[in-house]
Write a protein that binds this ligand. Structure first.
Ligand code: UN1
Length: 490
């Protein structure tokens, strides 16, 4: 595809595909081929936002009164469409975000998993029934929808993150305004196409694309929006949380990470090394659960750093559409610059550059936002590269003398999303699990990912509000009603 034949994609409001009121559009390019425009998208403004909220509000009672199992049937139907369009969707994610095609396939599977899980919840959505302290009284709880919810999603998982917010939101009976990251609107357009084909009534799922700076605050603060689910930077999430809290809205924010893997001397080294390399450089380090720190016990530190450098040098870098590529470009020029800036900071701070350290050039790379997978050793906790989220292919290696020091270093950051330890020592593993300050912890497994029926989220600056996914996600997207019924004869 080239510039002159780029397709225009529209917003989706009240069941119709529409231009933005201003008729303004903006282009999205392929991060591996800067000259390829993958589409033009609506630059939405306040008026479009209001239209989307009004449509969602209007559809609210119909959808809330649709039995949850019937809502589930639409979610199940969407899975058939996902299966039919699977390869096309994976390609879309790679072309607009840049990640390797196999990671994109994993992302589509993940979106399907959360939809499947949520569809099943349509036949549960359990409340409690308990004895009452009053005679002839029944007491129970039930779950009700929140109304209109705003979903604000990032560019790094353009299909899976919108899916894991909208699937629980839909099954709970809410109507939605989805505002995807300005950099990755095409995956969101396709997601909406799928739900439209699956039979979602008009107005239940509305999509507005464009700049968050232009419409984000209006969307969050609009009186008809009752809840906000956000994934993105800690800076923006903190602001959204404060705005929502002031208006007593329900808000959940999934934000940054600075995830560490601890390697103790008794670890299965092959497993630990593979996990760190995958965690640091898979998806080009652009995930909030990426491994950005390796904290290694002193007696094996040099060996681990050497082996990490060796394994990293064997990674194949290139266009994510190439099936054999391990590391693909950063998703935008902005991200590329930001990561290169951090590499410069690491060098200035006195960390030792073990491998990588620059942008890639040459025929294969000049047309994309490539940065070499980079490892710094001799990193100390006071350095910015040990503290701040870089969100790119940069790993910092740090030495610790024992497990106590390793845990302390792991906890000495503002973030608390995910963490991991490699050891065969069960008491030490539990010592770690019980004291690590993260919302998710892995033993002998990478810091990455999570299963859709378990809660996902972190502590400290990594997350606030109820967790996503699993029952926590259902709880976030519904309000509990406590009912007392006196059934004594009058
Ligand atoms: C994953 O690590 O597979 O924005 C999921 C993010 C997270 C999702 C990560 N909210 O990267």
């Amino acid at each position: 595809m080239s510039n002159n034949i780029a397709v225009s994609y529209q917003n989706h409001i009240d069941g119709k595909w529409v231009d933005s009121e201003s008729k303004r559009e903006y282009p999205i390019i392929n991060p591996a081929h800067k000259d390829q425009v993958i589409g033009n998208f609506q630059l939405s403004d306040i008026e479009d936002t209001n239209n989307a909220i009004t449509a969602a509000s209007k559809a609210s009672s119909l959808w809330a009164n649709t039995p949850a199992p019937a809502r589930g049937q639409i979610l199940y139907k969407s899975l058939e469409i996902f299966s039919r369009r699977f390869e096309e969707l994976a390609r879309t994610v790679t072309e607009e975000e840049g990640k390797p095609i196999n990671d994109s396939r994993g992302e589509i599977r993940r979106a399907m998993n959360i939809i499947e899980y949520s569809a099943g919840e349509g036949r549960r959505l359990f409340g409690h029934t308990t004895p009452s302290e009053t005679p002839n009284t029944m007491a129970y709880t039930t779950r009700r929808p929140l109304g209109v919810v705003a979903l604000i999603t990032p560019w790094n998982f353009p299909m899976a993150i919108p899916a894991w917010k909208l699937a629980p939101a839909l099954i709970c009976g809410n109507t939605i305004v989805l505002k995807p990251a300005s950099g990755t609107p095409l995956s969101a357009v396709k997601l909406v196409e799928i739900f439209e084909e699956a039979g979602l009534p008009p107005g239940v799922l509305n999509l507005i694309t464009g700049s968050g700076a232009a419409i984000g605050n209006h969307l969050v603060e609009h009186p008809e929006v009752n809840a906000v689910s956000f994934t993105g930077s800690t800076e923006i999430g903190t602001d959204i949380y404060a705005r929502g809290a002031r208006l007593l809205k329900k808000v959940q924010c999934e934000m940054g990470g600075k995830n560490a893997v601890i390697v103790l001397a008794d670890a299965d080294m092959d497993k630990a090394l593979a996990s760190i390399v995958q965690g640091a450089f898979g998806s080009t380090g652009q995930r909030c659960t990426a491994t950005s720190r390796a904290i290694v016990e002193a007696s094996v530190y040099d060996q681990v750093v050497d082996q990490l450098a060796l394994k990293t040098s064997q990674l194949k870098i290139g266009d994510g559409l190439d099936e054999t590529v391990d590391v693909s470009p950063l998703s935008s020029a902005y991200q590329q610059e930001k990561v290169l800036e951090y590499i410069g900071i690491g060098t200035e701070e006195g960390a030792n550059l073990v491998c990588g350290g620059g942008a890639l050039s040459g025929d294969l790379y000049d047309n994309g936002f490539y940065v070499e997978p980079t490892i710094f050793s001799d990193v100390t906790t006071d350095m910015r590269i040990a503290q701040e989220e870089i969100f790119g292919p940069v790993l910092t290696a740090m030495e610790a003398h024992d497990i106590e020091e390793a845990i302390s270093v792991s906890n000495q950051v503002q973030f608390g999303l995910s963490s991991s330890i490699y050891t065969r020592d069960i008491p030490k593993a539990f010592q770690y699990i019980n004291t690590v300050e993260t919302g998710m912890v892995h033993v002998n497994a990478p810091t990455l990912g999570g299963e859709v029926h378990l809660p996902f989220g972190g502590l400290k600056s990594s997350g606030v509000g109820q967790r996503e996914q699993g029952l926590e996600g259902i709880n976030f997207f519904s309000e509990v009603l406590t009912a007392y019924i006196d059934y004594a004869e009058p």
